[in-house]
Design a protein around this ligand. Structure first.
Ligand SMILES: NC(=O)c1ccc[n+]([C@@H]2O[C@H](COP(=O)([O-])OP(=O)(O)OC[C@H]3O[C@@H](n4cnc5c(N)ncnc54)[C@H](OP(=O)(O)O)[C@@H]3O)[C@@H](O)[C@H]2O)c1
Length: 253
């Protein structure tokens, strides 16, 4: 069974490559850039924006894990129209696995609206699929909000909540779904703990043993409110194993 991983240079794509390296799957990778460490796997160029290389990418493939995305640039063209065109090339596919994000219909953010549209494309297609929503990855929260203290201060919206998850745990879960076959929309995959960003910043200060302070700010708007209310979390699905603290400690090793 040949498995295609799209987005093979991304956070999730890289974690999937790492997990698949020790397993007995026939794997093909695709993205625009070549992954730095593709392991022993075949890689082909493709671009969801132009459609270039998609035919070659899907050739002989039975399962796709679609980890390609573009949250910041040309998102609609890549994540919705690009996906729509991609699906037309996949008529004989046995299983299309689509990683999505917890709470997207309740969080007023353009990229999340597009993720809802992408989910609908799959639901309305004839392709056997699994949609699995995850919470934000540890790396994502860490890099986006806790990587640049200003004058030794984390100036952050401290009340917003996250249930961040290890991308490796999520990649492992997606690989397990290959064996299970198409599930439709399946259970969310959340991290082990729900924390405020202030609590996450405190942990980072403690683990890294740095004298940074936390300055918590409030923000206007519905997006901020939805994250303060934890709409991006699912307390019934605390299934990821690696905690944020363990993730931070591991980075120091
Ligand atoms: N990040 C999170 O916290 C999080 C949480 C839950 C779910 N998810 C979901 O998990 C999936 C993967 O997210 P990620 O964070 O791993 O994304 P990422 O790190 O931004 O990686 C995106 C990948 O998409 C590829 N890509 C971008 N534009 C492309 C194009 N025009 N054609 C083909 N490939 C293109 C990129 O490779 P090239 O630039 O080399 O083409 C890259 O490999 C997404 O569906 C996301 O919504 C993410």
């Amino acid at each position: 069974m040949k498995i295609l991983i799209t987005g093979s240079t991304g956070m999730l794509g890289t974690a999937l490559i790492n997990q698949l390296t020790n397993l007995n799957f026939d794997v093909k990778l695709t993205s625009r850039r070549k992954p730095v460490t593709p392991g022993q796997f075949e890689w082909v160029y493709s671009d969801l924006l132009t459609g270039d290389g998609l035919e070659e990418a899907v050739k002989d493939v039975e399962v796709v894990i679609h980890a390609a995305t573009s949250p910041l640039k040309k998102s609609r063209l890549i994540d919705v129209s690009g996906l729509e065109r991609f699906l037309t090339k996949l008529e004989d596919i046995k299983h299309f696995i689509y990683p999505s994000i917890v709470g997207i219909e309740d969080i007023p953010f353009k990229y999340y609206k597009l993720k809802c549209e992408a989910e609908d494309l799959l639901k309305n297609s004839s392709i056997p699929y699994t949609i699995v929503r995850a919470t934000q990855f540890h790396d994502f929260v860490d890099h986006l909000l806790l990587s640049k203290p200003l004058f030794k201060r984390y100036i952050i919206p401290g009340s917003i909540k996250f249930q961040s998850v290890d991308v490796g745990d999520f990649a492992k879960h997606l690989i397990e779904l290959i064996e299970k076959g198409p599930q439709g929309r399946t259970d969310d995959f959340g991290g082990p703990e729900i924390m405020s960003l202030r609590e996450m910043a405190k942990l980072k200060i403690h683990v890294n043993n740095v004298p940074n302070k936390i300055v918590s700010i409030s923000l206007p708007g519905k997006l901020y409110k939805s994250l303060v209310n934890g709409k991006n979390t699912n307390k019934l699905r605390q299934v990821g194993k690696l905690t944020f603290e363990e993730y931070l400690s591991r980075k120091l090793e």
